[in-house]
Design a protein around this ligand. Structure first.
Ligand code: URA
Length: 236
C-alpha cells in the first residue's frame, strides 16, 4: 500500500518526517533506483527504498481485525468473478490484510483478517485446533441420536470428522437451530456434516473463534483486536 516516502522513512525509525523530507529534497532518497521528489509515494513492502544508497528495513505495524462477515462476500483478497470480497470491508488500514481461514459465500459471522503472517499461520494450523462455534439453521427436527452422530464423528468423503460439541438450541416449525463447535477447518465442513446426517442447511453463522465472539458487531462492522487479545490468540 502506497504511502508518502517521508512517512515510510520515519516509520522505519531512521529519522523524523521533517528530516526525511530534507533528505528527499537533498536527493539522498531513491525508490527502485530512481531519485524521488517531495510528495512522491511508495509501497514499503514491494518497493526498494534507499537512503544514502542503503536499503531501509521496514517492519510494518501488525493489525488483526475481527470482522462480522456478511452473507454474499467472498473470503479472498480478489475475486476473478468480480463478486464483493471481504477485504473491501476493511479498507481503513495502511496495510494489506488477509483473511485467516475461510467462510463460504453464504456463511456469515466472525472472520479474522491480519497482515501478521505468523499469527495467521499459527491460527490456521490444524495442530493448534482452534475451536470454532457455528449457529446453523437446518431443515427438520434434529434428534438426540443425530446430535450424537455429529458429536462422535460423521464420515465425509475426506474422512471421519473429529469429535464436536452439538446442542439444539431451538426448534421452530420446520427448522431447528443448532450450535456446533468444531476444531478442524475442512472445506465446507459444517454444511457437509449436516448433509451427511440428512439435514439441509438454510443458514450458517460463525459466532465464536477461540475466545473471541461477535459481540454486538452488525454484519459488515469490524474492530481491531487489542494487543492482549492478539497475545492470547498466539497462545491458543
Ligand atoms: N463450515 C462450512 O460449511 N462453511 C463455512 O463457511 C465454515 C464452516
Amino acid at each position: 500500500m502506497k504511502q508518502r516516502i517521508q512517512k515510510i522513512i520515519a516509520s522505519a525509525g531512521l529519522a523524523s518526517r521533517r528530516q526525511a523530507e530534507k533528505w528527499i529534497e537533498e536527493g539522498r532518497v531513491r525508490v527502485n533506483g530512481l531519485a524521488v521528489t517531495l510528495g512522491d509515494s511508495a509501497d514499503p513492502v514491494s518497493d526498494r527504498i534507499e537512503v544514502n544508497g542503503k536499503p531501509i528495513q521496514v517492519e510494518s505495524e501488525k493489525y488483526c481485525i475481527l470482522l462480522h462477515k456478511p452473507v454474499g462476500y467472498v473470503t479472498t483478497a480478489r475475486d476473478p468473478q468480480g463478486r464483493p470480497v471481504v477485504v473491501d470491508l476493511v479498507q481503513n488500514f495502511p496495510v494489506r490484510l488477509y483473511p485467516v481461514g475461510r467462510l463460504d459465500l453464504n456463511t456469515s459471522g466472525l472472520l479474522l483478517l491480519t497482515n501478521d503472517g505468523d499469527l495467521a499461520q499459527h491460527l490456521a494450523h490444524p495442530r493448534h485446533g482452534v475451536e470454532k462455534t457455528y449457529l446453523a439453521r437446518v431443515r427438520g427436527a434434529v434428534s438426540p441420536s443425530t446430535v450424537q452422530r455429529l458429536e462422535v464423528g460423521v464420515k465425509l468423503e475426506d474422512g471421519l470428522t473429529a469429535p464436536a460439541r452439538v446442542e439444539v438450541t431451538r426448534q421452530q416449525g420446520t427448522h431447528s437451530w443448532v450450535k456446533i463447535t468444531i476444531h478442524e477447518g475442512r472445506n465446507r465442513q459444517v454444511r457437509r456434516m449436516f448433509e451427511a446426517v440428512g439435514h439441509a442447511m438454510s443458514r450458517l453463522q460463525r459466532i465464536q473463534f477461540g475466545f473471541l465472539t461477535l459481540e454486538n458487531l452488525a454484519p459488515g462492522q469490524y474492530r481491531r483486536l487489542s494487543r492482549l487479545e492478539v497475545a492470547r490468540l498466539k497462545q491458543l
